[in-house]
Design a protein around this ligand. Structure first.
Ligand SMILES: Nc1ncnc2c1ncn2[C@@H]1O[C@H](COP(=O)(O)OP(=O)(O)OP(=O)(O)O)[C@@H](O)[C@H]1O
Length: 599
């Protein structure tokens, strides 16, 4: 079957389903506004206002917890800051419409201060750190009694009207809550569908690969947390006006933080609409239970959330959105090893001239404790050259790569890269290496599993382009060149190992590197894929890119390399023409042992 025979139908089907999805979403949003107006009941109004507020908070949380993958359980910090800023200013005669922006500003500062140290922590440690900060803010609110009213809390003065966000009827409150939900959804959608969203998801999926693709991972997370904090604070201001009374325990509440996260988890973490669906499902259940059972139902919502969460984990691990997306035509690769072909490099043609030096490694040293992993390593890479880096297991090849791509700081010596401006630079982190045109792959493939093949490559292309359309176009061209054109819309995780290795190279090539560091791209792939990989590397070199390739597949090393360096126990033991190097007794001994070399 050819791709041209199947793709148009699939694409059409997918477009239809997407249209259906948008229509369903439009209906859901319209229902949030229309149902309470039609029913006209106070309690129903209250439920729908609560749904909108929680959905807005959860959507804001999802920018950090979902897109960036930082499981914050301290988001009530920002909500509480917004609430207090709004109420304090109202008490000073300032409208909450202005107060909500002041709250947002303070929340952004708090978010940066709190998150910057926490971003060094991962998984449960990050979550615990955010809880600790939440407790700090609650205690501060209790302590600064003159400003916050301490444990007694603050009443909102009864100034009625739009200017003060306090109303006798419920409809204006519903309109504001609904408006806030729309703003949060629009911001979340805008982030996810732009460069920042791609970079956040890439950072969440594989931080090292994202850094190698030039993503400033800390910066993008800080932007995400700032936007999320600002939105949460604005919702907090309005909610305070709606509640007419605030106090530290309910504003800086762990329970609220967990609730916000839970809606996203149940609806579909990391998706644009998941938090909305989670809130639509859960808020009415708990509010009706509370309404029906009254005081007997205190704490019942916790029980309901727990129950629903258990059911979701057991039966819908990707949340409601995960179930829905199964019907929306998300495509899995159905490859059986044949992954299209690469623009083949003809073996008969003459390789391009090897030019001036582009990368200099001088006297590089690295120790891990007592282990001397790199010992006085020096070499130069030239323009258009393929340099094979070989050596037995544990020789220090990957460690060397880590130092010449900024992932490890050398203990001694230096790495210099020729900039596009013709001057030499000494980069120190992966971002600086990427900016100078040094791209790398990883020995263990690092696909961004939650992204399609096209999106994976786009993360590399975003190094050159800001606009999504430009990055997409560049990614498509690169994919076709790399023989991945048939799989653009497939989930990256569904490729074969050969495809994944090629995807690694494609992601780096989309950055248009001048120096390409390939770490065992041929390991574990079949012979046909090795042939393709050799062709691929030759075709890449023809574009003037310089390559250093760590490789164990000797036929490939011999076919490709202009020059070979042999590393053993962290030292260069041989260097030069591939055919001569493999005959060197020292090299034979390093690989096969002394007895073999003597024989
Ligand atoms: N972070 C680390 N901490 C301590 N030791 C390390 C660390 N990284 C690597 N090593 C050790 O350094 C030595 C060199 O490892 P490295 O991965 O660079 O070798 P390699 O030549 O790439 O091996 P292979 O071909 O098996 O991938 C090994 O003994 C390894 O165990």
């Amino acid at each position: 079957m050819t791709e041209t025979a199947t793709r148009p139908a699939t694409a059409l089907e997918r477009t239809n389903r997407q249209t259906l999805g948008w229509a369903a979403l439009g209906l859901l949003l319209a229902a949030l506004l229309v149902v309470p107006i039609v029913v006209g009941d106070e309690f129903v109004y209250h439920i729908f206002i609560t749904i909108c507020l929680f959905a807005a908070l959860s959507t804001a949380w999802n920018i950090v917890g979902g897109y960036a993958g930082q499981l914050s359980l301290g988001h009530a910090i920002f909500y509480g800051i917004g609430a207090y800023a709004g109420v304090i200013l109202v008490n000073m005669g300032v409208s909450p419409w202005f107060g909500m922006f002041v709250g947002a500003g303070v929340a952004v500062v708090a978010a940066v201060v709190v998150s910057y140290p926490c971003f060094r922590l991962h998984g449960p440690f990050f979550a615990l750190a955010t809880i600790a900060f939440l407790e700090v803010f609650r205690v501060l609110a209790l302590h600064f009694r003159d400003l916050t009213g301490g444990a007694t809390g603050l009443m909102i003065p009864l100034k009625i009207g739009w200017e003060w966000m306090v109303f006798r009827e419920r409809l204006p409150a519903l309109l504001i809550a609904f408006g806030m939900l729309l703003v949060c959804l629009a911001v979340a959608w805008a982030i996810r569908s732009r460069r920042l969203g791609f970079q956040l998801v890439a950072t969440r999926e594989r931080e090292s690969a994202a850094r190698a693709a030039g993503v400033a991972t800390v910066r993008v997370r800080l932007i995400a947390v700032s936007v999320s904090a600002a939105l949460s604070a604005m919702v907090g201001t309005f909610h305070a006006m709606y509640l007419t009374y605030i106090e530290p325990a309910s504003m800086f509440s762990l329970q609220l933080s967990i609730q916000i996260a839970m809606f996203a988890l149940i609806g579909g973490i990391g998706t644009i609409w998941g938090p909305l669906l989670g809130a639509v499902l859960l808020v009415p259940i708990t509010e009706f239970a509370r309404g029906a059972l009254g005081a007997e139902a205190i704490g019942l919502h916790g029980f309901v959330y727990g129950l629903v969460l258990m059911l979701v984990v057991l039966f819908m691990p990707d949340g409601i959105m995960g179930v829905l997306s199964r019907f929306s035509g998300a495509r899995k690769a159905q490859d059986g090893g044949d992954e299209g072909h690469i623009a083949a490099a003809s073996p008969s043609r003459t390789p391009p001239e090897i030019g001036k030096p582009v990368l200099k490694v001088e006297n590089l040293e690295k120790h891990f404790g007592g282990l001397h992993v790199t010992n006085d390593v020096s070499f130069t890479l030239r323009e258009g050259e393929i340099l094979g880096l070989i050596g037995p297991n544990g020789a220090g090849k990957t460690t060397l790569f880590n130092m010449i791509s900024g992932f490890l700081a050398p203990d001694g010596g230096s790495v210099s890269v020729l900039g596009r401006d013709g001057t030499w630079h000494s980069p120190s982190d992966p971002g600086e290496y990427a900016a100078l045109g040094v791209g790398r792959t990883f020995q263990i493939v690092q696909p961004f599993a939650a992204m399609s093949v096209e999106e994976n490559i786009m993360v590399g292309a975003f190094h050159r382009f800001h606009a999504v359309a430009d990055a997409r176009e560049a990614a498509r061209q690169t994919a076709h060149r790399m023989g991945l054109g048939r799989y653009l819309e497939d989930e990256a995780s569904s490729l074969t190992i050969g495809g994944l290795k090629r995807l690694e190279v494609a992601r780096v090539m989309a950055m248009e590197p001048r120096v390409l560091l390939l770490d065992e791209v041929m390991a574990g792939i079949n012979r046909a894929d090795v042939r393709r990989a050799v062709d691929l590397m030759l075709s890449i070199r023809e574009t003037g890119v310089s390559i250093i390739a760590i490789e164990h597949v000797m036929q490939a090393v011999m076919a490709l390399s202009d020059r070979v360096i042999v590393l053993n126990s962290g030292e260069i033991i041989a260097e030069g023409d591939p055919k001569e190097v493999v005959r060197d007794p020292q090299v034979i001994e390093a690989y096969l042992g002394k007895e073999f070399a003597d024989a």
